[in-house]
Design a protein around this ligand. Structure first.
Ligand code: F6R
Length: 364
């Protein structure tokens, strides 16, 4: 039950440190400082190409994972939303790995894409939260998330657990492919192990985010910007906001702003910028300054260093713990979830049962 919480979504956001830790237990050997996967009926080392297919929030987890598979393991990745996948007649070379990501394990388009891939000689890996689901049963490699039942229609804790599993999978693939040294693997394990505490630290800003929700609640349109692995988080932030608060929101790669969307900027459009310190920080900030120069009202989400450097002149700032870029997408999921949540509460919408949406989409 909801216990001390007002909504399931809020409860599930706050469960993230616990369920991510639980999930990681199945994918990390702490004593050996190794990533580990369940048994699989094929040789992972022989995989030459990965095709990732999912819908909605699970698709955004896949989008983050594409960066990891390519940077760690140097394996090329195709990525599709499930409803588009079969119809573009994808080229599936025998021996490829097709990876499906789903909370429910029943999403009709994702399941159809899985079956299509199986018919085309792909090995089937599934990251899924419901272990008894159709997708779980049809997998060659079953990678469960241990998020527990997710009741709020907007996916939150399933997403962070998907990211945890995908990071471990990408690191393991890199190890078996000889692209990741022992030291690098130990670093990945260390950073992943730090994720639950970092999620807790991010949750500590709940009240501060609640206090600034009134700045976003009156908006008709909101933009979210991010770069690299935080670009999918911008898309996820926009999806969360539109589905539960009914405010029109778009996520953009921050470098794309000047190719069109910057024309939308005025004082009435809040722009949420996701910019953890790291190799992409300066570039994102310079895109943010372009927005500010046109009167845009910015909410900057960064760590103490980032806010010290670029926080001045923003409408609001949200401080995140300073984390390694690997776990930034997990940690930055928290403020975008909380912002959507508090804006929806401020607007009085039905947070757990948004209009027109179902928890499990079993029609194509
Ligand atoms: C967004 C949301 C949906 C789902 C999508 C896929 O908050 O919940 O976008 O992520 O319908 O569902 P699953 O992961 O069950 O395949």
């Amino acid at each position: 039950e909801k216990g001390q919480y007002r909504h399931y979504m809020q409860k599930e956001i706050f469960e993230q440190p616990t369920v991510v830790a639980q999930t990681l237990q199945s994918y990390i050997r702490p004593l050996e400082q190794q990533v580990a996967l369940p048994q699989m009926g094929f040789d992972l080392e022989s995989i030459k190409r990965i095709t990732i297919v999912a819908c909605g929030t699970s698709y955004y987890a896949g989008m983050v994972a594409k960066y990891w598979f390519e940077t760690f393991a140097r394996v090329p990745v195709d990525l599709d939303v499930a409803s588009e996948f079969r119809y573009r007649e994808p080229v599936l070379e025998p021996g490829g790995l097709a990876l499906f990501i789903s909370q429910s394990g029943e999403t009709a388009d994702t399941l159809a894409a899985l079956r299509h891939s199986k018919e085309n000689d792909q090995k089937i890996a599934v990251v899924v939260n419901v272990p008894t689901s159709s997708m779980a049963r049809e997998a060659d490699l079953l990678l469960p998330t241990h998020a527990g039942p997710e009741i709020g229609v907007a996916s939150t804790k399933a997403f962070s657990c998907q990211l945890a599993v995908l990071a471990a999978l990408a690191a393991h693939l890199a190890v078996v492919k000889g692209k990741m040294s022992r030291e690098e693997e130990m670093d990945v394990v260390r950073h992943l192990t730090e994720a639950p505490a970092a999620l807790n630290a991010a949750l500590a800003y709940d009240e501060a985010i609640a206090d600034m929700a009134h700045l976003v609640a009156p908006a008709r349109d909101v933009l979210y910007l991010g770069r690299g692995p935080d670009y999918p988080l911008a898309l996820e932030g926009a999806l969360k906001l539109k589905e539960i608060s009914y405010i029109h929101a778009e996520g953009y790669a921050s470098g794309e702003m000047k190719h069109g969307p910057i024309a939308l900027i005025d004082e009435a459009v809040p722009v949420i910028v996701l910019a953890p310190s790291g190799p992409l920080f300066e570039k994102t900030v310079s895109n943010m300054q372009e927005v500010r120069a046109r009167g845009g009202k910015i909410v900057l989400i960064s760590d103490a260093d980032g806010l010290a450097e670029a926080g001045e002149g923003c409408m609001a700032t949200i401080e995140m713990p300073r984390v390694h870029p690997l776990i930034a997408p997990l940690v930055y999921a928290v403020p975008v979830q909380l912002l959507a949540y508090h804006v929806a509460v401020a607007k009085g919408t039905d947070v757990d049962q948004p209009r027109n949406l179902a928890k499990s989409v079993t029609v194509e």
